[in-house]
Design a protein around this ligand. Structure first.
Ligand code: NDP
Length: 388
């Protein structure tokens, strides 16, 4: 029996992970399950999986969580420090699936305990960069990528020497607006942006996918996980989302990982690693799919990948600032306060006016993230024509 904690258990990745755990319940002992504010679902899951502890990040909901768990042996806790303490509990594998930089401190706590961390929470690695990779080295933790592209690359690298890699290509679906004109993009609504053609995901990553910032964040994520040099990392649009990424070697061989657009496949790969486990996913039917197509990204319409590449090239705190500004801009778009095309524009403005020194510690990352958010919010308040 292996033990597991799931940070962000009530989200899309959390649900997919628990679906797999549910199918092999006898093989798993659940340590910690966490959520932000969704008490009812957290309590329901904690009871179903007999979790050791359930943590609600929004401390004002703790009494509600306690009520919902009364009569059980499950510990209830609330607040950010409780989240970090729960993440630091010993577990064979922790799935880091909180959305945004809110997941950074708990993910770092899970890394510090030295087990396996299945990383879905890409914003945490983008924001902390070398601070996180240094913690992985120090604690001897194993960071397994759950993001489908990075999981694909991880699988394509297995058994090979990274020194022989000529290039790594991240595939991008292109999101729901991949064929829209700039004029159409200006009027894109939150409801349209969260309706991804291939994947069923949380709201924030769905908007990131629509702006292509998701691919930009993934480029930065890949630069840390697979240090082959930024100039060897590419992005190609692949509307079918069947090839999840590719690795080209010096001899001209390109290895690709293919699979259905279902996050249970990469999650299962991380859960079972270095073994394999069953999933309920339909086998690929390539004859039915018919054609796999690829095309260049269009950075005129979708500037976010350029911004992310420039932030990665600049290094230091630039990715932290990019990520924080993007989180604020996406939230403003989802609230109907700014136009879709203002998301990337706003990120670029914040990056151009805030360039702090590189963070060396987790506290410094958190401080830069907080300051970037403050500036991003202030910038939104002064926008003259927000929906233009
Ligand atoms: P969801 O929005 O579906 O779920 C987010 C989870 O994080 C929920 O459990 C939520 O709790 C919790 N949460 C939100 N805010 C906070 C906070 N401030 N403090 C603590 N917990 C919080 O997101 P996804 O599952 O879609 O994505 C999770 C991560 O995985 C993201 O980083 C995303 O980029 C990455 N990812 C997701 C993929 C997908 O297919 N969904 C694919 C690849 C990567 P509550 O329910 O209470 O709000």
């Amino acid at each position: 029996m292996r033990s597991i904690s799931i940070l962000g258990a009530t989200g899309s990745i959390g649900a997919s992970t628990l679906d797999l755990v549910r199918r092999e319940k006898g093989n798993w002992r659940v340590v910690a399950l966490t959520a932000n504010g969704n008490c009812a679902e957290l309590a329901r899951l904690a009871r179903e999986f007999s979790a050791e502890i359930a943590v609600i990040a929004d401390e004002s909901r703790l009494a509600e969580l306690r009520d919902a768990l009364s009569g059980s042996d499950i510990e209830a806790a609330g607040g950010e420090s409780a989240l970090v303490e729960a993440a630091a509990r010993s577990a064979d594998i922790t799935i880091a699936a909180i959305v945004g930089c809110a997941g950074l401190a708990p993910t770092m706590a899970a890394i510090e305990q030295g087990g396996i961390v299945g990383l879905a929470n890409k914003e945490a690695l983008v924001s902390a960069g070398e601070v996180m990779t240094a913690a992985v080295d120090r604690s001897k933790a194993t960071l397994l990528p759950v993001d489908s592209e990075h999981n694909a690359i991880f699988q394509c690298l297995a058994g090979n020497d990274i020194g022989h890699v000529r290039s790594i290509t991240l595939t991008a679906s292109g999101g729901p607006f991949r064929d829209w004109s700039v004029e159409q993009l200006k009027n894109a609504t939150p409801a349209q942006a969260v309706k991804h053609p291939n994947w069923d995901m949380g709201a924030k990553i769905s908007v990131d996918s629509a702006t292509m910032m998701n691919k930009g964040l993934e480029l930065i994520e890949a630069s840390h996980l697979f240090p082959v040099g930024l100039d060897r990392l590419r992005i190609v649009v692949h509307p079918q989302s069947i090839v999840h990424s590719m690795v080209e070697y010096r001899d001209g061989s390109t290895l690709a990982q293919l699979g259905p657009s279902d996050m249970r496949v990469p999650i299962a790969s991380a859960l079972a690693w270095p073994q394999r486990m069953d999933t309920p996913c339909e086998p690929l039917d390539l004859a039915a799919i018919g054609a796999l197509t690829f095309r260049e990204t269009d950075e005129q319409r979708f500037p976010a990948t350029r911004l992310a590449r420039e932030a990665a090239q600049a290094g230091g705190a630039a990715p932290t600032v990019l990520n924080a500004a993007n989180e604020i801009a996406v939230a403003a778009f989802l609230d109907g306060r700014i136009a879709f095309t203002r998301i990337a524009a706003h990120v670029e403005e914040v990056l151009s006016c805030y360039a702090p020194d590189a963070p060396a510690t987790l506290d410094e990352v958190i401080a830069i993230d907080a300051e970037a958010r403050t500036r991003a919010k202030a910038g939104l308040l002064t926008e003259s024509a927000p929906l233009d």
